[in-house]
Write a protein that binds this ligand. Structure first.
Ligand SMILES: Cc1cc2nc3c(=O)[nH]c(=O)nc-3n(C[C@H](O)[C@H](O)[C@H](O)COP(=O)(O)OP(=O)(O)OC[C@H]3O[C@@H](n4cnc5c(N)ncnc54)[C@H](O)[C@@H]3O)c2cc1C
Length: 414
C-alpha cells in the first residue's frame, strides 16, 4: 500500500552524475524536481573519479568552478602508458580550448555531495535519499510517475516527466520495456587501493606488460588501482592464490611486493563487471533515460561521467522552459534530445570497443616472452606524437561539447 505521495514537475531516479546535474540545472531554472537515490549517502566507491575539462567548463559556466576546485583534488595534465620502465605520453590536455586544461581527479562522492549541496540553494530541488525507484506509473501509454520504496515504506511520485538516471542496472529502463543493444565488453576490472609514497611521483596512467594491464589513479595517499582481466577471469586468478595476485600487482606497478601487503584478503579486491550497451530508443511518452541508463560505458578512456553530464546539460537545455511552464512534453522534444546525444555516444562507445579489441586484448594476450611487446596504437603514438591531440580532445571534451543554456546560466547561483 502506498503511504506517501509526492508531485513535482520532473522526477529523476538516480543521484549519480547524470541525475544530480540534471536536477541541479532544472531546479536552478525554476523547475520543481525530486531526485531519488537508493543509497543513504554518496559515499560509494567504484565509480569514475575523473572530472574532465568539459565538465569543469560546465562548472565554470555555472559560476561554480572556483568553489568546486577548492575541494581536494589532483590535476592530471597528461595521461601516460608505462611499458616496463619506459613512459609513453598518450595524451596531453594542454592545448584544449577550455578554462581548465586538466582532468581533476576527485572521489566521485565529493563531486556528488557538492552538486547536492549547491542544489539546496533552489526551492525546487529535493533529494530523497534511501529511496529506491521500483516501477513506473502509467496512464494509458503515458508514464505519469513512479513508485519507490523509501526506508521500508512505499511511496509514489507523480510527474509529467520521469527521468531514468539510475545507472547501467537501471530498473526503470527495464520497466519501460525499451530495447537494450549489448555491444559487449571482453574485460572485467579488479578495483583496490595501494598506499602511495611521495617518491612514487604523481602521474596517473596505465602500466602495461605482456599479459598485464593496471590503471592507477592518484588519490593523494593511495593509488586507486584497476587491474584489467579477461571477462569472467576472476575465478582463475583466485585459484592461483592471493600471494600470486599480489606479485602480479607489484610487478605491474613496479613496487616491492611488501607495498601490496594491504591486499590482505580477497575482500580488499572488488570485482567490477564492465558492460557496454545502449538503448535503441531513449524515451517514451513522459519518460526519458540518460547517462548509463541509456548507454552503459566501459571505463576505457574514463569518459562515462563526462557523457552523463553532457546528457544532463542537453536535457535541461531542451526541457527547462517546457517543464517550468507545465506544458506537455512531446515525444518529438524527447527524440531531439536523443538525436543530439546519440552520435557522440555511438562514437565514444565504438572507440571503447575498438580500444578493448586493440590495446587491451593485445596486451592481455601478448606472450610474456615477447620483450618488444608494444600494442600497435601505442607504436603509432610513439612514432607520431602530434596524434596525441586527438585522444586528448576526445577524452577531455567528448566529441560534442555541450554548453549550459544562457537562460539557466543567468540565474544566480547564490
Ligand atoms: C569499473 C568502472 C570504472 C569506471 N571509471 C570511470 C572513470 O574513471 N571515469 C569516468 O568518467 N567514468 C568511469 N566509468 C563509467 C562511469 O562510472 C559511468 O559512466 C557514470 O557513473 C554514469 O553516470 P550515471 O549518473 O549515468 O550513473 P551512475 O553513476 O551509475 O549513477 C546512478 C545512480 O543511481 C542510483 N540508483 C540505481 N538504481 C536506483 C533506483 N532504482 N532508485 C534510485 N536510485 C538508484 C545509484 O545508486 C547511483 O547513485 C567507470 C565504469 C566502471 C564500470
Amino acid at each position: 500500500m502506498t503511504i506517501k505521495s509526492y508531485t513535482c514537475q520532473c522526477c529523476i531516479a538516480g543521484g549519480g552524475p547524470a541525475g544530480l546535474m540534471l536536477g541541479y540545472l532544472l531546479s536552478r531554472a525554476g523547475v520543481d524536481v525530486i531526485i531519488l537515490e537508493k543509497h543513504a549517502d554518496f559515499l560509494r566507491d567504484f565509480r569514475g573519479d575523473t572530472i574532465h575539462p568539459s565538465t569543469l567548463e560546465v562548472m565554470h559556466e555555472l559560476g561554480l568552478l572556483e568553489q568546486f576546485l577548492q575541494l581536494p583534488h589532483q590535476r592530471a595534465e597528461t595521461f601516460n602508458v608505462f611499458l616496463g620502465g619506459q613512459k609513453v605520453q598518450m595524451m596531453s590536455f594542454s592545448h584544449l580550448p577550455v578554462k581548465c586544461k586538466f582532468v581533476a581527479m576527485m572521489p566521485q562522492w565529493d563531486f556528488l555531495n557538492f552538486l547536492a549541496a549547491q542544489g539546496k540553494a533552489y526551492s525546487g530541488f529535493q533529494v530523497l535519499m534511501s529511496t529506491e525507484a521500483t516501477d513506473l506509473i502509467r496512464e494509458g501509454d503515458r508514464v505519469t510517475g513512479l513508485t519507490a520504496i523509501s526506508e521500508g515504506a512505499s511511496i509514489s511520485v507523480k510527474a509529467p516527466l520521469v527521468v531514468a538516471a539510475d545507472g547501467r542496472s537501471s530498473v526503470l529502463r527495464d520497466k519501460s520495456g525499451l530495447k537494450v543493444r549489448e555491444l559487449g565488453a571482453p574485460i572485467d576490472v579488479l578495483w583496490f587501493r595501494v598506499p602511495r609514497l611521495p617518491s612514487d611521483g604523481d602521474e596517473m596512467g596505465v602500466s602495461m606488460r605482456p599479459g598485464e594491464l593496471l590503471v592507477r589513479l592518484n588519490r593523494a595517499d593511495y593509488w586507486q588501482s584497476a587491474y584489467i582481466i579477461p571477462k569472467g577471469g576472476l575465478d582463475e586468478i583466485k585459484q592461483q592464490g592471493l600471494a600470486s595476485f599480489r606479485q602480479r600487482v607489484a610487478r605491474a606497478m613496479n613496487f616491492d611486493v611488501e607495498r601490496v601487503a594491504c591486499l590482505a584478503t580477497w575482500d580488499d579486491v572488488k570485482l567490477l563487471n564492465v558492460a557496454v550497451n545502449r538503448l535503441d530508443t531513449w524515451y517514451k511518452k513522459g519518460f526519458l533515460a540518460i547517462g548509463d541508463a541509456a548507454h552503459a560505458m566501459s571505463p576505457a578512456g574514463g569518459v562515462g561521467v563526462n557523457l552523463a553530464i553532457q546528457d544532463a546539460v542537453v536535457t535541461a537545455n531542451h526541457l527547462h522552459a517546457v517543464l517550468r511552464e507545465n506544458q506537455r512534453i512531446s515525444t518529438t522534444t524527447l527524440a531531439s534530445i536523443q538525436k543530439r546525444r546519440l552520435w557522440p555516444t555511438r562514437l565514444l562507445q565504438s572507440m571503447q570497443v575498438g580500444a578493448h579489441k586493440t590495446i587491451i586484448e593485445e596486451a592481455l594476450t601478448a606472450s610474456p616472452d615477447d620483450p618488444d611487446f608494444v600494442p600497435t596504437p601505442i607504436k603509432i603514438m610513439q612514432r607520431f606524437p602530434f596524434l596525441q591531440r586527438l585522444p586528448a580532445r576526445v577524452v577531455g571534451l567528448g566529441v560534442r561539447m555541450e554548453h549550459v543554456a544562457p537562460a539557466i546560466r543567468s540565474v544566480s547561483h547564490t
